[in-house]
Design a protein around this ligand. Structure first.
Ligand code: BES
Ligand code: ZN
Length: 655
């Protein structure tokens, strides 16, 4: 495909024009966009992609993002150019962000998101100072940074960021190597405004480039392609040698997808377009665990169309990383806790890879529709798992996912507003089971009614027709009605609107095959009734089966039961972190003293919120016994957690 001629495909703009706002009249927009694109043509382009340089923004009410101060209908950022220095001693980034602004003639202000940045100057392209004002801080949202730009359309912000909530600065002791510090970032959902001054909304896509300087013994990676070899920087008097790394993301992305990591890291190739970074001591284990990656990319492409981002690299971070994975474009961020030695937890990789379509290509316009990112991705993940590992594993993982929907509905009630896929504003969040698992089961249900062939064709056209654009629940519903549903009768069967907008689980849900866990469920019953344990069977089970067993056995167990379980199944010694976590949680829920040291060690070593928060919660629910352990442990471990994990655990332990 010829990237240049297809970049601004007129139908792209015209067909979708109703939905979008452009700050200028259509013809001027087209002209401006084409020019901007032509200027970029001829530059090396990694991916065979028809990404526009300037992506549209939605204007409808349901697409408004109330977590940004930006007013993109007046003035919007289209490109960010970062020039930043990493200071590990001060735990600070400093430098400049040069922003390209698209706005009508006569519009003289632009509003950015700023959460705690220290702004030194704001200037136009000629270095002339521009007036700016930082407004009142709103909790969790930061403050509006309003810049009076006059007719300038290129503005430079000189700034620094210390204490940025997105950034975690690890001491050498928190790394595997123990000798060098490490930096990692986590942008989703609204944290990137703590280190990048821009319009931080998933519906306002921007291209970006960066030059990052760091101490010479560290390597920097970002969620964009490396533009050049790292270059030595002339050190200032008394300063240690540094290197500069350059990156480019030439496709417009939502700003939460800008990410950085720096440390003593090395790279190992996995396939022609994939590879993995990690600290040297982990690289072989990481590469072995990720050896199915290239096959996963091929499978994903076969399912839903071309991978449009060029390379797919990953970085296996230190265990302080607060999530399992984060789908940063061309550089998925992964927790090392998924490494089990047998590729049993690589659904995580399938998931982050799938986001290259659902989330990164087609992006929720605001976070009330995050099921469009996470639910569609969880469905897609399971399809990749089926291709790579077979239907049995895929069915088992789907059955685990279904169980978490049921568990959540039992907990919050099937009428809780937050159990609708489209999350109403100002409702209590009910956890990931709705947007991830109910989202995935929505698509499984649709697939089961219309058949896989029609479903897959529909989903692929959804990705293709909305590539590099934001989307809403209303848009996917309208798209299904237009491009998928055959007739009235089928519409009635599908209950699309109920799935998206109503709480609870519609009665047409395609339940997982009960056969998926038939054996393990009867083993769990045998344990419940007679305390029977079949050690040989456990030894042969898949990780999903073991997780199912640990979730199905009684929640209340006495010390002898727990000792027998651990003795027979060596749970405390498990090298599978999902299984180890389920065991430690169960043990703490039952005040099982013998597992306290292992729990404390786990909490000291791992910062992944999904594991850390429930363990602290389990302890806090155990009265004085558990609260003492939780408080004493957290006093030690809190400084080693990312702000994301700290925020959740603070609410559990410190309040
Ligand atoms: N994009 C998410 C992580 C995320 C979600 C960060 C919401 C911030 C706010 C990522 O793709 C994800 O879903 N990670 C999961 C793994 C997955 C297999 C369910 C995780 O981290 O556990
Ligand atoms: Zn996800």
């Amino acid at each position: 495909m010829d990237t240049c001629s297809s970049a601004i495909d007129p139908p792209f703009v015209i067909e979708t024009f109703d939905h979008f706002i452009f700050p200028e009249i259509p013809m001027r927009f087209l002209a401006a966009a084409s020019l901007m694109f032509l200027a970029a043509c001829g530059a090396p382009d990694a991916g065979d992609t028809d990404a526009p340089k300037v992506a549209p923004v939605l204007t409808s009410d349901d697409a408004r993002d109330d977590q940004t101060f930006a007013q993109p209908e007046l003035a919007r950022v289209t490109h960010i150019d970062l020039d930043l220095d990493l200071d590990f001693d001060k735990q600070m980034v400093s430098g400049s962000a040069m922003l390209d602004i698209l706005a009508d003639k006569g519009v003289d202000t632009v509003i950015l998101d700023d959460d705690g940045l220290t702004i030194d100057t704001v200037t136009d392209a000629d270095g002339k100072p521009l007036e700016y004002e930082v407004g009142a801080v709103v909790e969790g949202k930061g403050a509006p940074l309003t810049i009076t730009m006059g007719d300038a359309r290129e503005i430079t912000i000189n700034y620094s960021a210390s204490d940025a909530a997105a950034l975690q600065w690890l001491s050498p002791a928190q790394t595997a190597g123990g000798e060098h510090p490490y930096l990692l970032s986590q942008g989703q959902a609204t944290l990137n405004r703590t280190w990048i001054p821009t319009q931080d909304s998933p519906g306002i896509r921007q291209t970006w480039s960066a030059r990052i300087t760091a101490p010479e013994d560290l390597t920097v990676v970002m969620s964009g392609l490396a533009a050049d070899e790292p270059e030595a920087v002339e050190p200032k008097e008394g300063e240690k040698p540094r290197r500069a790394f350059t990156f480019e993301m030439d496709k417009p992305v939502a700003p939460y997808l800008i990410a950085i990591a720096a440390g003593d890291i090395v790279f190992k190739e996995l396939g022609p377009r994939s590879g993995v970074w990690s600290e040297p001591s982990m690289i072989e284990a990481a590469a072995a665990e990720l050896s199915d990656t290239e096959a996963m990319i091929d499978a994903a492409e076969k399912l839903y169309g071309e991978y449009r981002w060029g390379r797919y690299d990953m970085i296996v971070l230190p265990p302080a990383f607060p999530y399992g994975g984060m789908e940063n474009p061309v550089m998925t961020f992964l927790t090392p806790t998924f490494i089990a030695g047998d590729r049993s937890l690589t659904g995580l990789v399938a998931h982050e890879l799938a986001h290259s379509w659902s989330g990164n290509l087609v992006t929720n316009a605001n976070w009330t529709d995050s099921w469009l990112n996470e639910g569609v991705t969880s469905y897609f993940e399971n399809r990749i798992v089926e291709e790579i590992y077979g239907k049995e594993r895929a069915d088992q993982e789907a059955a685990l996912s279904f169980a978490s929907i049921e568990e959540t509905l039992a907990e919050v009630g099937p009428d809780a507003a937050g159990t609708a896929l489209h999350q109403p504003v100002n409702t209590d969040p009910v956890g990931s089971a709705i947007v991830y698992d109910k989202g995935a089961f929505f698509l499984r249900t649709v697939e089961s009614i219309v058949g896989r062939e029609r479903f897959d064709a529909w989903l692929q056209q959804w990705f293709d027709n909305h590539a590099f654009q934001p989307a809403t629940s209303a848009m996917i519903l309208a798209d299904m009605e237009k491009n998928l549903v055959a007739d009235e009768a089928e519409a009635e069967k599908l209950k699309l609107r109920e799935w998206i907008y109503e709480p609870g689980l519609p009665d047409n849900v395609a339940r997982p095959d009960p056969a998926a866990f038939a054996e393990v469920d009867s083993a769990a019953e045998a344990f419940s009734a007679e305390r029977d344990l079949d050690v040989d069977a456990w030894g042969e089970w898949t990780s999903a089966e073991r997780q199912r067993f640990l979730a199905k056995i009684p929640r209340e167990l006495n010390e002898a039961d727990l000792a027998a379980l651990d003795d027979a199944l060596s749970l405390t010694a498990s090298t599978n972190n999902e299984e180890l976590f389920l065991w430690l949680e169960l043990a703490m829920q039952n005040r099982y003293e013998a597992a306290v040291p292992a729990t404390e060690t786990f909490l000291a070593n791992v910062g992944r919120r999904k594991f850390v928060a429930p363990l602290f919660e389990a302890l806090m629910e155990q009265g004085a016994w558990g609260q003492a352990i939780a408080k004493r442990t957290y006093a030690k471990t809190r400084p080693s957690y990312h702000s994301v994990t700290q925020g959740t655990v603070d609410g559990l332990v410190l309040s």
